[in-house]
Design a protein around this ligand. Structure first.
Ligand code: PTT
Ligand code: SF4
Length: 608
């Protein structure tokens, strides 16, 4: 079989043992890789009900058939596990040389099980593993950790590591790489920390198996050239995702004061043009010719790599209008290895809850000095408030005994940087994303704002599913960055051709949509199995968007409509072939070849 190695490396940290195992060819063909393979592995091998922070959880690093090839933006991998933040399926997509080295090591995935007594680094070279004591690295930030490991193992390795947030199992700690790449928002870094795995270092020296290397090279070159020739390319190279700040303000979707408003008076202080004035470098993931990592000098004179999400969540959402200070908070988050989205969202909730008297301590919007300290308290769980906020907003409000109607999360994962008071389609995207509220799977908002914004019609559900299939299904399973398509309009038809040249398998678009639908239904089944129940309430957007209208900007007075949203959700379930609770029907599971989930779901929720 070309295109896949067909092999998975299993590392048992409890016993310090490892083995390489072949997995069924059918899994590669039906789930492709990345998220698809990770979901299949979790279903098969994670003991049902496993504690996400216990040794039974499986931490999976999975690549796909396009990863690491000389095709646009292919230096990515999926990191997945049962999430300690949500209790369901969790993953993230991270750019790192580790992706390329995993493939050159002849592997499609590395699965880490068990947990070490003492901090450890796993060094993987062509499928062999060495366990290196990591007492000396424990406590170091992600930048310093990577620097030391590079000086030890050389520059030609891929490194994925955690910082203090992962070590201290902050529930939204991420896995980091290359000083500014972060993946696994729903606490994948906490899972790594619970296993005492400080870093995974990978070196591969073999060839990546490809079915038709010549055609792949030609198709890849055409795609690279198309990116460079795109009209959007020059501005993208200047601002990257930071161009979104001005657009979000214009569209009244810029998260402001814990998603109370969609416009921010100080937006000019944090937008893409301000970033351009401060820019000192530009960097990105392997194999990318449109690098989006805009590096600025922060208020402390250090480099900090900015993205729209980071800036909106640690800027307007907490009332901070000075990009050089936002950049400091972003840098700290990267060094500590904690998700900027959940961090900014949780701090925003804390400030609002404090102002409403729910939390004892008085916190103020935009109070940079206090917020900087608070991040330390969260990451090191130093104070009562820090310990509370380290759990994310859903648990924090339950423990604080109030303010749950002010949390902006779905299934326990905090919403990313798009306010949806006046965007029902995007609210549906957040509500039905397979890891909790993340924009990565169906970023319908630009289409929604440009078309029939206030409609709750079936076309919104259709669009959400179309994007979930392409973004959440395909890009996450053949594993490449989606931004060449999203941001500079690379023609999607390159991808089935690239897949054919990589694997020898001719997938039609219908075949690919079936793969994506299979992955979505499997992930939904996994959630149901792990939560032991299901109800459509879990697919509802935050109460805040229904209850408290916007008070500022051109859309003041807007909020979501509960009944209309419910009918939109019905459309979504209907198109997906899921019942009115959001459970895939028996016929859908059979059609997608997920028969093995049927007896389990039948027992837990009963199938229609
Ligand atoms: C992603 C999420 C995002 S989405 C951003 S900014 W974005 C935040 N970035 C963080 C960061 O940085 N530091 C930090 N400590 N926490 C952060 N949390 C947030 O994490 C990222 C890019 C971006 S930048 C986006 S949209 C695209 N996402 C892709 C995706 O999901 N899949 C895919 N196939 N391609 C993608 N391409 C783009 O990748 P999560 P990265 Mg990230 C500093 O992982 O968990 O999905 O959260 O991976 O290598 O950093 O690239 O405006
Ligand atoms: Fe990485 Fe950005 Fe390039 Fe995508 S566009 S591969 S996230 S540098």
């Amino acid at each position: 079989m070309k295109g896949w190695s067909g092999k998975i490396l299993w590392i048992d940290l409890t016993r310090k043992e490892y083995k390489t195992v072949e997995y069924p060819e059918e899994w590669a063909l039906k789930y492709l890789g990345g998220r698809g393979l990770a979901a299949r592995l979790l279903w098969e091998y994670l003991p049902r009900g496993a504690d996400p922070l216990g040794p039974d959880n499986l931490l999976i690093f999975a690549v796909g058939p396009l990863t690491g090839l000389t095709v646009p933006s292919s230096g990515k991998l999926v990191v997945a596990a049962k999430s300690p933040l949500t209790g369901g399926y969790g993953d993230g997509n991270i750019g790192s040389w580790a992706s390329y080295h995993i493939r050159r090591a002849g592997l499609d995935a590395i699965v880490v099980s068990g947990s070490s007594q003492k901090p450890v680094v796993a060094y993987v070279e062509d499928g062999k593993v060495e366990f290196r004591d990591a007492e000396d690295l424990w406590g170091l930030d992600t930048w310093e950790t990577e620097k030391r490991l590079k000086s030890e193992y050389g520059k030609n390795v891929g490194i994925l590591e955690i910082g203090p947030a992962g070590e201290n199992t902050v529930l939204y700690a991420t896995v980091m790489s290359q000083e500014g790449r972060s993946g696994g928002r729903p606490g994948m870094g906490a899972v790594m920390g619970s296993k005492k795995l400080k870093a995974l270092v990978v070196k591969g020296t073999g060839e990546i198996p490809v079915y038709d290397p010549k055609s792949l090279r030609i198709e890849g070159s055409k795609a690279y050239a198309e990116i460079k020739a795109s009209k959007s390319y020059p501005f993208w190279m200047r601002q990257g995702t930071m161009m979104t700040v001005d657009w979000a303000q214009e569209a009244s979707v810029l998260p402001t004061y814990n998603f109370s408003e969609g416009v921010f008076d100080g937006y000019k202080g944090i937008d893409g043009y301000r970033m351009e004035e401060m820019k000192i470098d530009q960097r990105g993931c392997p194999f990318c010719n449109m690098p989006c990592g805009n590096v600025v000098k922060d208020a402390e004179g250090d480099p900090s790599e900015l993205d729209y999400e980071n800036v909106a969540m640690l800027g307007s959402n907490i009332g901070l209008d000075d990009l050089s200070k936002v950049a400091v908070l972003n840098k700290i988050a990267d060094k500590y290895g904690v998700d900027t989205i959940s961090l900014g969202n949780t701090i925003g909730w804390a400030i609002e809850a404090s102002q409403k008297g729910i939390l004892e301590e008085k916190l103020e919007w935009g109070d940079y000095a206090r917020i900087r300290e608070l991040i330390d308290e969260i990451v090191y769980k130093k104070t009562g408030l820090g310990r509370l906020l380290a759990k994310g907003t859903r648990k924090a409000c339950a423990e604080a005994g109030g303010g749950c109607d002010l949390t902006v999360q779905v299934k326990g994962l905090e919403v990313s940087a798009y306010d949806c008071h006046a965007a029902p389609g995007m609210a549906l995207a957040f509500a039905t994303s397979s890891i909790g509220a993340h924009h990565k799977e169906a970023w319908v908002i630009s289409w929604e704002v440009a078309t029939n914004r206030f409609s709750y019609g079936r076309e919104k559900a259709e669009k959400v599913i179309e994007l979930q299939r392409i973004r959440g299904g395909l890009f996450e399973s053949f594993v490449a960055c989606r931004l060449p398509w999203v941001e500079v309009g690379l023609n999607l038809d390159h991808y089935p051709r690239l897949l054919k040249y990589a694997t020898g398998v001719s997938y039609t678009w219908q075949d690919l949509y079936d793969v994506a639908d299979r992955i979505y239904a499997l992930i939904r089944s996994f959630w149901i199995r792990e939560l032991g129940e299901w109800s459509r309430k879990l697919d509802m957007p935050p109460e805040k968007w229904f209850k408290y209208p916007l008070t500022k900007g051109p859309l003041a007075g807007s909020k979501l409509d509960y009944d209309k949203f419910n009918s939109l959700l019905d459309h979504y379930y209907d198109i997906r072939g899921w019942d009115s609770r959001g459970v895939p029907t028996r016929a859908t599971l059979e059609r997608l070849g997920l028969d093995y989930t049927i007896p389990v779901l039948e027992k837990i929720v009963g199938l229609q």
